[in-house]
Design a protein around this ligand. Structure first.
Ligand SMILES: [Zn+2]
Length: 265
């Protein structure tokens, strides 16, 4: 691995464990033990940052985000790595790690975190989320201006917990928006933000990303079906979606965070 170009101080220093969920093996551990733990924490952060940058770039490549209008975060221990404000994702480097603690205090890097930080932190404080993806995806944002809840157009709503709610509008970056979002996320892992975009979380970046992509796809299906003159789409009942939710519980491979957790057919 290349030498760091920039001195990044790690908030957990050589103390106990630090981010990554690796527990310290005793507070008076030997020097070598501490070095191992410190290295693994740095490796955890570096690996998570690489994955975060790749995910942020993917949101642009897949058309979910235009420019830097979305943001991505991942939790490593009690540190939240998050995309910086105003830096195109293709210019983000390994050495530009931005990290904050759960109260929003910057503990890693010098670039300013995204202005949507309150939204990300609210999710981490209230759920077991390890990753959050926020976008202004076009179909999802369009739907957010039309309804209070995405109609049950497809059973994949079950993959995010049920009917997707729309959080009432509040100005971006505000605590009000974060509060509205949390209410919309009750028993859900994704929601729409009125006249704004999407918010989704998961136990990993691929999971949060996949939920975002599924949500955008469902919004597109509903808009497409709704746009046929003289016809209106059939919708599923809550019971039908609940039935799928039950089925999904045992679906897929045992490893967590796989992309293909949804039903294939
Ligand atoms: Zn936004």
């Amino acid at each position: 691995m290349a030498e760091r170009q920039r001195d990044v101080s790690y908030p957990w220093g050589t103390g106990e464990g630090g981010p990554g969920g690796r527990s310290a093996q005793g507070a008076r551990g030997a020097q070598s033990g501490r070095k191992v733990r410190e290295r693994s924490s740095r490796e955890d952060v570096t690996g998570a940052w690489d994955e975060l940058v790749a995910t942020a770039r993917r949101t642009v490549a897949d058309g979910l985000v235009v420019g830097t209008s979305g943001n991505v975060s991942v939790r490593v221990g009690d540190t939240v790595l998050v995309t910086p404000t105003g830096v195109p994702y293709d210019r983000l480097t390994r050495d530009e790690v931005v990290g904050v603690d759960l109260d929003g205090r910057q503990v890693l890097g010098s670039l300013r975190p995204t202005s949507e930080l309150p939204l990300h932190l609210a999710v981490y404080r209230t759920t077991g989320a390890r990753a959050v993806v926020h976008t202004h995806a076009v179909h999802a944002t369009a739907v957010s201006t039309l309804v209070r809840e995405l109609p049950l157009i497809h059973y994949m709503a079950a993959a995010v917990g049920g009917a997707v709610r729309v959080a009432p509008y509040a100005v971006y970056g505000s605590p009000e928006l974060a509060e509205n979002m949390l209410r919309a996320l009750e028993d859900r892992t994704a929601c729409l933000l009125q006249n704004h975009g999407t918010a989704a979380y998961g136990l990993s970046l691929p999971e949060a990303y996949d939920r975002t992509a599924q949500l955008e796809w469902m919004c597109r299906v509903w808009l497409t079906a709704s746009s046929v003159p003289g016809l209106s789409p059939s919708l599923l009942s809550r019971e039908q979606v609940a039935e799928v939710k039950e089925r999904l519980r045992g679906y897929g491979q045992p490893e967590a965070g796989r992309l293909d957790r949804g039903p294939a057919g």
